[in-house]
Design a protein around this ligand. Structure first.
Ligand code: HMG
Ligand code: MG
Length: 302
């Protein structure tokens, strides 16, 4: 398999990253982060979530963030919507692309969205109908594709089933989430093989690797070899998962970009500007930068 000439990175730091922070974050800082990411050349940024503020308090006020960011013409600014209410709030905030999220494990589905996998799929039907009527694109997430914090092993066939349901419902792309970062290169390859064999073209699949076990970059490389060319990542490796204890953030966007640059794969992203964006939000949060590349480049100054 030859490597793709171009990869699309889906920046999830403002959502998957910040949703996990306990401290209050000013809207100004959230807006600045998104604007910095746009300036660095990210073509797809997940800005926030329209979920219950009782479940994920940090994402409350996503509509204000959307109202204030400077939207670039060729950049997609997306949000999570768990139900029709979330979808309607997102659209009212001017969002033109949303993501619904299901899980491959029953226990995680209950902890994350308080319903079974089947119930979640049923809940997405009216979202898909409304989205279709209003010309809003919907991306689908499947969590716990390479392991569940409550159930342990998750069968690739189960991931394929949930993915196909979301795809057949009208999601244009399915992002497979290694929520707890236990996946390995071999397991990642096999997973994409099984999901593709269920009838979803590889060009419609994306990889979403948390880096808890330090495997994310190798999983991405393995996925590239499997014909996958869309990956989710989080600037400065921000994040974790509120419903997956111990999970660290997504693989750092800077580190993925450095690897892709080394492979001669085009992304349209400026590494120096991206590093600045990541360090700025780390300074605001008082956090150590989770990107090895950023740490190396910024050296002793941080
Ligand atoms: P529920 O309690 O079963 O639902 O929550 P409900 O309909 O009974 O509503 C409960 C309360 O939430 C009510 O308010 C509703 O009005 C309100 P109350 O009467 O108690 O004051 N509510 C809402 N408020 C704002 N926006 C909405 C909304 N819907 C209901 N859209 C629900 C079900 C899905 C709402 C809840 O479980 C929820 O919001 N969960 C969100 C969980 C979440 O955001 N998790 C993190 C994102 S997923 C992730 O990180 C994984 C991913 O990165 C991939 C990977 O790594 O695997 C994507
Ligand atoms: Mg995630």
């Amino acid at each position: 398999m030859t490597l793709p000439a171009h990869v699309r990175l889906v920046e999830v730091g403002p959502r998957d990253g910040l949703q996990n922070e306990k401290q209050a974050i000013d809207v100004d800082d959230k807006v600045r982060l998104v604007d910095d990411l746009s300036a660095a050349g990210l073509s797809y940024i997940e800005v926030g979530s329209f979920v219950s503020p009782k479940w994920v308090p940090q994402m409350a006020g996503s509509e204000t963030v959307f109202a204030r960011i400077k939207q670039q013409e060729n950049t997609v600014y997306a949000a999570l919507a768990p139900n029709l209410r979330g979808f309607e709030s997102a659209v009212a905030a001017g969002v033109r692309e949303v993501a619904v999220f299901a899980a491959a494990s029953e226990a995680f589905s209950q902890k994350n969205i308080n319903c079974s996998i089947r119930e979640s799929l049923e809940r997405f039907v009216p979202v898909m109908d409304a989205a279709k009527a209003q010309g809003v694109r919907v991306r689908g997430y499947v969590s716990c594709v390479l392991g569940c914090p409550y159930e342990g092993e998750v069968a690739a066939e189960q991931v394929a089933w949930v993915s196909k349901e979301l795809f057949d419902m009208g999601c244009y792309e399915i992002s497979l989430g290694d929520t707890i970062g236990t996946g390995t290169a071999g397991a990642s390859r096999r997973l994409f093989e099984v999901v593709a064999a269920a009838g979803i073209e590889r060009s419609k699949l994306a990889g979403h690797f948390h880096d808890t076990y330090g495997q994310a970059l190798s999983n991405i490389y393995a996925s590239l070899l499997e014909g996958i060319s869309v990956f989710d990542s989080s600037v400065a490796g921000l994040g974790g998962c509120p419903y997956a204890k111990g999970a660290t953030g997504n693989v750092a966007t800077e580190d993925v970009l450095y690897m892709l640059n080394g492979l001669g794969i085009d992304t349209g992203i400026d590494l120096d500007l991206l590093i600045k964006a990541g360090q700025r939000i780390c300074d605001v949060l008082g956090k150590t930068n989770g990107s090895r590349v950023a740490k190396a480049r910024l050296g002793a100054s941080h």
